[in-house]
Every structure is written in C-alpha cells, then in structure tokens.
Ligand binder design. Structure first.
Ligand SMILES: C[S@@+](CC[C@H](N)C(=O)[O-])C[C@H]1O[C@@H](n2cnc3c(N)ncnc32)[C@H](O)[C@@H]1O
Length: 185
C-alpha cells in the first residue's frame, strides 16, 4: 500500500465521519495518562490536538513523507520524524506512552510481532489498535490484513506485554476493530 500524496490529502475527509473514528479518539483520550508520547504512525496528526490540549510532550513518526507533509501543514511546530515502527532507532524506555493506531493491519504477523517488541522497548505503555478475527492474516480492503486474535495476543505476550484494557470500536465483514491498552507484564 502506498501512503502517497493523493491518499494523504484525502485521508481525514474519507474517515472522520466513519464508525469507529471517534471511538478510537475516545479510547486514546481515556487511556492516555502519561507522556511523553510517541505517536507512530502519526499519519496526518489526528491525535495531536489531544497532546497539545494536555500539554504532553510528543513526537510523531511515520514512514510516509506524504502523510508527514499533511501533518506538518496542520501542525507546523510539531516534532515529526521519518521512521519505521519496526525499528524506530529511539532509546530504550524513552517514552511514557506509544500511540499506534491503524498500523497493524498493514503489517504481516511477523512484522506485527516485531512492532510490538519495539513498542515494549521504547515505551512503558502502548495504545494499539488491531483488526482481528480471521485466521492467519486474511487479506482485505486495499491489501490490509485482519489478524487472528490469538496471533495478536501471543505477539503481545512475546513482547513482554499484557492487554490491560480493550474496546471494540467497530465491526465489519472484514473483522472487529479493537483498541487495546498494553502494559508491561
Ligand atoms: C491508516 S494510516 C494511520 C495513521 C494514524 N495513526 C491514524 O490513525 O490516522 C497508516 C499509516 O502507517 C504508516 N506506516 C505504514 N507502515 C509503517 C511503518 N512500518 N512504520 C511507520 N509508519 C508506517 C503509513 O505511512 C500511514 O501513515
């Protein structure tokens, strides 16, 4: 999937009225207690107003320059980095909370496990979304993956984390959309 200019500029308008979008915002707002925040992938910066409102220091990281460009145009003062959630290059335990929303469907099961290990390494807690219910990573819309719940759960455990809270934010024929709060075991 290419997160290019056309995708990036239409991103929010195509999604912000869809079921699940506000439910994801509520979960992040309810669970985010501790900064500083690493938001990866930050995308167009949908959660940045929340960090600013709470005066939480944050950085946004994304692999797509096009998405970062849209984010930069909305929040010129934000600290934004190009980077990869599988290998952020950030120091161990350098963030209080990682916010990682709508990334896992774009990762294979082994990549998901790697991203969760990286989450545990760089942050104390993580707020992570995942779409589950198909066995073995079924390919869906635009090539995204619906993961098996057990695969996600094992990857969380393997990373030394546990699911401390969970919310279903939407339900569709391609799976259940979950927000999870992950904490060290
Ligand atoms: C569906 S968007 C989600 C953005 C934002 N978190 C949100 O909820 O709107 C997926 C984002 O993941 C980014 N991405 C994909 N693979 C990545 C990776 N390995 N590391 C960092 N960002 C990645 C894409 O560039 C894109 O901005």
């Amino acid at each position: 999937m290419q997160f290019n200019g056309a995708y990036a500029s239409a991103y929010d308008a195509e999604r912000d009225s869809k079921p699940g979008w506000m439910a994801e915002h509520h979960a992040v707002a309810d669970w985010l207690k501790e900064g500083s925040v690493l938001d990866c992938p930050v995308g167009t910066g949908r959660f940045i107003p929340l960090y600013l409102g709470r005066r939480l220091p944050f950085i946004g990281m994304d692999r797509s320059e096009a998405m970062l460009e849209v984010c930069r145009s909305r929040f010129p003062a934000a600290r934004l980095l190009t980077g990869d959630m599988l290998a952020t290059g950030l120091p161990d335990q350098s963030y209080g909370t990682l916010v990682c929303v709508r990334l896992l469907p774009w990762l294979t099961p082994p990549e998901m496990a790697e991203a969760l290990r990286e989450a545990a390494r760089v942050a104390g807690r993580a707020i992570v979304s995942v779409r589950v219910d198909k066995v073995g990573g079924a390919v869906c819309w635009r090539g995204s993956l619906t993961h098996a719940w057990d695969e996600f759960r094992f990857a969380v455990q393997d990373a030394g984390l546990r699911v401390a809270d969970i919310r279903e934010t939407a339900h569709s024929p391609v799976g259940r959309f979950l927000m999870t709060l992950l904490e060290p075991r």
